[in-house]
Design a protein around this ligand. Sequence first.
Ligand code: PHE
Ligand code: NA
Length: 452
Amino acid sequence: MSAKNIWTHKGTFLLAAVGSAVGLGNLWRFPYLTGENGGGAFILIYALTIAMVGIPILIAETLLGRASRRSPIMGMKYLTESHGTSAAWQTIGWMGAAAAFIILSFYSVIAGWAIHYTWLLFSGELAGADSETIGAAFGTLLGSPELLLTYHTLFILASGLIVGMGIHKGIEGSLRFMMPALFLILLIVLGYAVIVGDAGAAMRFLFTFNLEDLSLEGWLQAMGQSFFTLSLGMGAIMAYGAYMSSEASLTRTAISIALVDTLIALMAGVAIFALVFGAGMEAGQGPGLMFVTLPIAFADLPGGSILGGIFFILVIGAALTSAISLVEPVAAWLVERFGMSRPLAVTVMVLGCWALGLLTVFSFNVWEKDSWSHALFGRSPFDVLEFLTNIMMPVGGLLIALFAGWALTREEVLREMNTNDRWFAVWQFLVRFIAPMAVAFVFLRTIPQIEG
Ligand code: PHE
Ligand code: NA
């Protein structure tokens, strides 16, 4: 494979993977899950699942990408054929690409909400508004298919433009400028939150824990979150791994990705809870934490319109660097398999995701209740799609762990893992036994929810 399909520098994969990892999962999902699950207790089990399950599978998925140097679908075909193992393993590639397609379709709609809030805050429209007004503003947004559709279209178009420009000019070029800028914005928001908010209360909430807060539900959510936040099981990491320099260390890179991702989630958590507690509100608000509770805090605080607007720019940017990693696996496959030009492949992928995204757009208004989807599945189309990906992620991760842990030979793995053998043994143990058992457990617990 030509050097054209390798990242420019040894460290570019790290940059790209961090761009993929840091997103709505860190800024929106992690804080509200922590809030719902009692704070410090959740963070403790989350850190454990990242270390024992997330990092080993992250190494495995990167390894599969780099060993094949192809898009996930073609890569798994190549690995199984050259290895002479069952074609059933190719499910990893197909399911990853399908999951990336589905996730992007709703990720884009939710990221679009942040565009609306950037505008709402900068315009000063929310300054001094009371909590009913702000709660109603969220309802108005969700109730409007036109608004949701506009933002969804804008967001997915932006991701397509970046990926369409290629992995060097488009993906690398945008990440090299966006990642430092986003980190700077996070520092500014954190500094502001510490000054005007209640950082002490936020730290106590996040870093002290009661054993009685540990629940089975919390474990399951922590495991799901560690997959989502590290972008695992969706072909994104495999697709980026295909372009990774052969010299970079798999273990060291994966640990760095997980550390940066966790650090950013914690910084976002401190900032958000300092603001929320400073405004005298509660942590356990669920998904509305970012879109209702936080805007209420910003409305109340000095300089809140400007800083709130800046915060939502951070949300849009972080979501964008994740979205491009969801476009890549399918687009790269279309290029490889059908010889499409990259711009055409990206257009096909983005148009398809845009259309599928309509299901999510209408789930919050015209199909909110009593639709065909409720009749068929007992839930909205968005809930069905989210549920599907919640199954595909652990199954994909399980298969990746089993394939890398059991199907590949020691020689094949050591060709990629040129670090020392002690880490190899630790990784192999985790990826063979601990990760599959943990994921299978989560999976078996998710299945009964099909009824609900
Ligand atoms: N890791 C991203 C986040 O935390 C979400 C994501 C999942 C991105 C899978 C790409 C692939 O928001
Ligand atoms: Na993340």
